[in-house]
Design a protein. Structure first.
Length: 116
């Protein structure tokens, strides 16, 4: 995850606190995430969609927002993001899918506003 000093979005405050208080834990987590992404044949787009789908399935608003924005930066279209939530609908149920669609739409709006 980028730091405030690097290019890219500013990480959430909770991540910044973790980095400040427990730098070895944050570094270890980042290394684990890198290793998991690199272990197989999935490209960056596919990994971004998988991470969004997992977040949608868990109904975790914060991570849906984070992974939707990461996916947009990876070049994934808003329609593809919405399809993730709609594809999950039969598995997670209508209320959870509607929540996910709402969070994805908010993320798209925030991302587009930051790009202007």
């Amino acid at each position: 995850m980028p730091t405030a000093d690097n290019k890219g979005p500013t990480p959430p405050r909770s991540w910044q606190r973790l980095q400040q208080r427990y730098p070895t834990v944050a570094d270890g987590y980042a290394a684990l995430a890198d290793a998991c992404r690199a272990v197989g044949p999935l490209d960056g787009r596919s990994v971004a969609l998988v991470k969004l789908a997992v977040s949608v399935g868990r109904s975790t608003q914060r991570t849906v927002h984070a992974h939707a924005k990461k996916a947009l930066r990876e070049g994934i279209s808003p329609g593809e993001l919405r399809q993730v939530a709609l594809t999950a609908l039969p598995t997670i149920g209508l209320p959870a899918a509607l929540d996910a669609l709402s969070w994805i739409d908010q993320s798209i709006e925030e991302y587009e506003a930051s790009e202007r």
